[in-house]
Design a protein around this ligand. Structure first.
Ligand SMILES: Cc1cc2nc3c(=O)[nH]c(=O)nc-3n(C[C@H](O)[C@H](O)[C@H](O)COP(=O)(O)OP(=O)(O)OC[C@H]3O[C@@H](n4cnc5c(N)ncnc54)[C@H](O)[C@@H]3O)c2cc1C
Length: 404
């Protein structure tokens, strides 16, 4: 039988798997099932430049219209998979058709988390995950007066910045006591809190939302647990994402808030791999780690494609991520959790990097408007090179020399 690989989900990870299969010389069938009616596109601009009308829709697409035919990748739009039959080695689609596979890749991504509170279904209460969500928000943003962002994470804050650029009144309500608390250190949180306040955003910390109230089906008020009533005609729910792992779970694959994979993208079934936001990755120390980023989707996609071909290409690169808010670019390399020392390397008011060390070893670097330093940090971290702390603190010292 001719080998045929079926990929469920045509986002960043699904596309990467298809592309890597061809790059690795696989000549069998590659079927890329896109649940959405769009060819693979990038999501990061949806909360940034696209929301401000600075990026035309065409530029969201990750590959040109001729790419899929040229690579002999059978891209099918609007093809939603409803079940996996592992014994029969086939997937079942919503239209009742089936697709046989010799190897299966799951790249189903994640969806925006919705709070279980009254009023979450009112008109004007929006999440941001896909193009349709972004169009809905852009449309409402053009008329809204009072925007309330629930959740001070990356996506919520990027939308807050876009809304301020459009001159809307913006309030951010965050349940924890600082911004982006799960991903950045208090110093970075503080910098961004000051930045948003300087742009006129009102921040409410340690505040839970109890309900959303409206009139004639449209949201009008955000009610906090302390019974504060905040006027709102547009509410953005930015409280994180949930992995789309239900297909895998129903098929009996190991899941734990994501499809459990190893560093090669292998699931608990030898014929099935998974990559991207739908996964949770079991590290060598046994701990499960979930990363939602373009880099993770791309690198896991490469690893998963190699596994489907019986090769080993584990994902070992240093994690990195970025966020654009106003004229500030935050770029993170490595994971700073558990750091013991933090050294600042500052070159201007809004231009600095924080280097994090544990046991004198460099473990992460957060850079604000320092793209060159971010790239250098990734190279240092990948190579396991730790600069001297005094050298880091002196912005005149050349850290690039460490790589020679
Ligand atoms: C607004 C926004 C801003 C972001 N900004 C950044 C950023 O600045 N930097 C960064 O690194 N990351 C950012 N991210 C995260 C990044 O976009 C994701 O990590 C990345 O898209 C994950 O790729 P993926 O392929 O795993 O999932 P997705 O891109 O979500 O693709 C999964 C696809 O699978 C489809 N699918 C799901 N179930 C099925 C099914 N049963 N059948 C068929 N198809 C199915 C979905 O419809 C979707 O199209 C952002 C995300 C969002 C939403």
């Amino acid at each position: 039988m001719r080998a045929s690989i079926v990929i469920v989900g045509a986002g960043q990870a699904g596309l990467q798997i298809a592309e890597s299969l061809r790059a690795e010389g696989f000549e069998g069938g590659v079927v890329l099932l896109a649940g959405e009616n769009f060819p693979p596109y990038q999501r990061p601009p949806l909360s940034k430049a696209w929301l401000l009308g600075e990026v035309p829709e065409q530029r969201l697409f990750l590959r040109g219209p001729d790419f899929f035919a040229a690579k002999n990748i059978d891209l099918r739009l609007g093809a939603v998979v409803t079940a996996i039959d592992r014994a029969g080695k086939q997937v079942i689609l919503a239209d009742g058709s089936v697709e046989n596979y010799t190897g299966l890749a799951l790249a189903t991504g994640a969806r925006a988390r919705r709070p279980v509170i009254a009023g979450a279904d009112l008109a004007g209460v929006c999440v941001l995950r896909d193009v349709a969500d972004a169009k809905n928000i852009a449309h409402r943003l053009s008329r809204a007066q009072n925007v309330v962002v629930i959740g001070g994470g990356f996506i919520g804050l990027e939308v807050a910045a876009a809304a301020r650029k459009k001159g809307r009144a913006v309030k951010v309500v965050e349940a924890l006591d600082r911004l982006m608390a799960r991903a950045v250190t208090p110093k970075i949180s503080g910098f961004f809190a000051d930045l948003h306040r300087a742009h006129g955003v009102e921040l409410r910390f340690s505040t839970k939302v109890a309900a959303l109230e409206g009139d004639e089906g449209k949201v009008e008020t955000v009610v906090t647990a302390l019974d504060e009533q905040i006027p709102a005609d547009l509410v953005i729910l930015g409280i994180g994402a949930v992995a789309n792992d239900e297909l895998a779970e129903a098929a009996g694959l190991a899941t734990s808030h994501g499809i459990v994979v190893d560093s090669c993208g292998k699931t608990s079934d030898p014929h099935i791999v998974a990559a991207g936001d739908c996964t949770v990755w079991r590290r060598d120390d046994g701990q499960l780690r979930r990363l939602e980023s373009v880099q993770n989707a791309v690198e896991q996609g490469k690893a998963a494609a190699a596994s489907l071909l019986g090769r080993s290409n584990p994902f070992v690169a240093t994690p990195w991520f970025w966020s654009d808010q106003y004229d500030v670019k935050l770029q993170m390399a490595g994971l700073s959790q558990g750091f013991e020392a933090c050294v600042e390397r500052k070159t201007g008011e809004n231009a600095f990097s924080l280097f994090y060390f544990r046991h004198d070893n460099l473990i992460a670097v957060d850079s604000v408007n320092r793209p060159g330093e971010h790239l250098l940090a990734r190279k240092l971290l990948d190579a396991g090179i730790s600069p001297d702390m005094a050298q880091v603190a002196d912005p005149a010292s050349d850290l690039r020399g460490l790589l020679r």
